[in-house]
Design a protein around this ligand. Structure first.
Ligand code: DGL
Length: 278
């Protein structure tokens, strides 16, 4: 059981931003990743749609014998974490919002002005605000949806002026009028534009939930005696539409390692059928 893979999933390539942190902290763990690149973005979809897609992907990963599910997506975590836990009670499921909320609550105080950015669904759902305030009710929190970031990132429009203008469009007024000093990247795609944000707002402290989630994964595996004790050299990455950007990003993560990476395009019809068959 302990040497089975961990199943990661996201609406697209954003969840891949968790992987380098996982490899650093838990190098023996094998990964099966599913990015729903054909149906991204989730962040402006109806909650019932996001739930339905999440069940399909979770079914698929569980059929692939994963020992744990990691929701490497804030949008799915904010809307479906408890539905997923209820539907799959036999497997540990880790969401991305709680670990980052604890980090914010533990490391900051009322002198800070903390901004949270994410998709429309994540921000409208107020999961970050509720979660952070449940740990520390004295914090100054501000939030802002940034819906154009995910489609641009999926298209690989990152290191250029178009992305910088989009960042300024959403964040200039938000950061300056609220005097934000700390920004939570409440979408797993956003670490990919962290450099743009740091360049435009020097001195801004960034909290990256893709990094914070790793300690929770480690804790959950340790307490259940599920830490892998075999070095793994093969990870599998599925995408519902295997794009060049998806492949390039994985190549950039594993390029200098001896980890073998397998890419697979996973037909959506098959995914929908496997759900319907249940
Ligand atoms: N990476 C997802 C998140 O963390 C992006 C959601 C989307 O597809 O809009 O929310």
């Amino acid at each position: 059981m302990k040497n089975r893979p961990i199943g990661f999933f996201d609406s697209g390539l954003g969840g891949l931003t968790c992987i380098p942190h996982l490899m650093q902290e838990l190098p023996n763990e094998r990964i099966i990743y599913f990015g729903d690149t054909a149906r991204t973005p989730y962040g402006s979809k109806a909650i019932s749609t996001i739930r339905n897609f999440s069940y399909q992907i979770a079914d698929f990963l569980i059929h692939n014998d994963v020992k744990m599910l990691v929701i490497a997506c804030n949008t799915i975590t904010s809307t479906c974490l408890y539905d997923l836990k209820e539907k799959y009670p036999h497997i540990p499921i880790i969401g991305i919002i709680d670990p980052a909320s604890k980090k914010v609550a533990d490391s900051l105080d009322s002198s800070h002005h903390i901004g949270i950015i994410g998709t429309k669904v994540t921000i409208n759902h107020k999961t970050y605000i509720d979660s952070i305030l449940s740990y520390n009710s004295n914090l100054n929190l501000y939030d802002k949806p940034c819906p154009i970031f995910v489609p641009l990132i999926e298209e690989g429009i990152i290191n250029n002026e178009i992305m910088n203008l989009s960042v300024k469009y959403y964040l200039d007024d938000f950061i300056f009028s609220n005097q934000i000093d700390t920004l939570v990247l409440g979408c797993t795609h956003y670490p990919l534009i962290r450099k743009n944000i740091e360049y435009l707002y020097p001195g801004l402290k960034i909290i990256d939930p893709s990094q914070e989630i790793i300690a929770s994964i480690k804790k959950a595996l340790t307490s259940r005696k599920l830490l892998s004790d075999m070095p793994y050299f093969e990870n599998t990455f599925y995408a519902s539409d295997l794009s060049e950007n998806f492949i390039n990003m994985i190549d950039a993560i594993f390029g200098n390692t001896n980890v073998k990476v397998v890419f697979k395009n996973f037909d959506l019809e098959e995914l929908e059928h496997s759900k319907a068959a249940d």
